[in-house]
Design a protein around this ligand. Sequence first.
Ligand code: TXA
Ligand code: MG
Length: 371
Amino acid sequence: MTKVWTVNPQQVEAADSELQEAARLIREGKRVAFPTETVYGLGADARNAEAIAGIFTAKGRPADNPLIVHLAHRSQISDLTDRLDETSCRLMDAFWPGPLTLVLPAKPGAVAASVTAGLPTVAVRVPDHPVALRLIEAAGCPVAAPSANRSGRPSPTRAAHVLADLDGRIDGIVDGGPTGVGVESTVVEVVDGVVHVLRPGGVSAEQLRRVASRVLVRGELSAARSGSGDSAQQSASEWQAEEEAPPKSPGMKYTHYAPQGRLTVVSGEAADRISAWISGELRRAKEKGERTGVLTFDEHRTLYSSKADVIVSVGSIHSPESMARHLYDSLRSFDEEKVTVIFAEAIEEQGIGLAVMNRLLKAAGNRVMFV
Ligand code: TXA
Ligand code: MG
């Protein structure tokens, strides 16, 4: 049985008994999903190997994909690492609490070996969400929490998404309403003072550059265009700076976030060319008996009227934040509508748009059409 507690994030004090109960379950080695500012996480005591094994089983997650450890206070960082470089400290000053995860040298034995998938590093963040902070504080332990979806599915931005994937497989869910940012945290590792972005996310490259002078990040569309979809196989020359290839984030090699239908991302300079190409493909797909969908923007919706069975907008073309917030919910809605073929318009890789394109390309298994 999965227990659900409903908590108003604006009034966490009023939900003290619910959050204490959820925290007690975590202390007892159970698995409890909770909202963060990015997506819902599936939390367990990071020091308890059995509890962590339960997370991998519930999600169907490959054992070589390590978990992020969530803290309520930055001061707890000394429990997890005893080597903090100056750049990492500056990043924490600037972005914690918030959607930035730092990969740091792990203190041996600080967390269960399965949390780090046997790596010498540990990924850590302090989330910016009153429910998450209260719960982690009450649990009194570092809380390992991957996104609370079945492995490969879009990450959950609402408690209903968590239930759709994990009902009966986890012990509880704290329902704190929809999350804010909508895509996961940015994962970075600082190597010799250079910030390597292992996974783009809620903190943009532009924001990182305001704090650290050297930030390495890959353009997702340019990488797709050069034909190497798998970041694990990217050569150093495909990165924007001519420095050595960045360290890898194990999770980035897996197909992720995928809806059940076959998704293709369509990129190009001119909106009318994109919509004309998509419209032609929609017609062909319909003739083959497919149920068709388009992922577009408020401003472009009418271009597809009566051409697709399901038209979903991620928000205004002028608001990458809104696209991030609605992306996963939109991808899941195609499944609810049993759509079999989906076309998605690419967005500009500015700000959080880079993370949106990263997720969209992964959801499409890197199927991208340049028109
Ligand atoms: O916003 C988020 O980060 C959400 C919320 C719940 O906090 N969590 C999340 O966790 O997205 P998950 O497990 O879905 O993604 C964790 C990512 C994976 O790509 C994983 O490979 C990477 O972080 N990661 C974890 N530990 C790492 C390490 N020691 N070195 C490199 N990458 C690591
Ligand atoms: Mg995930």
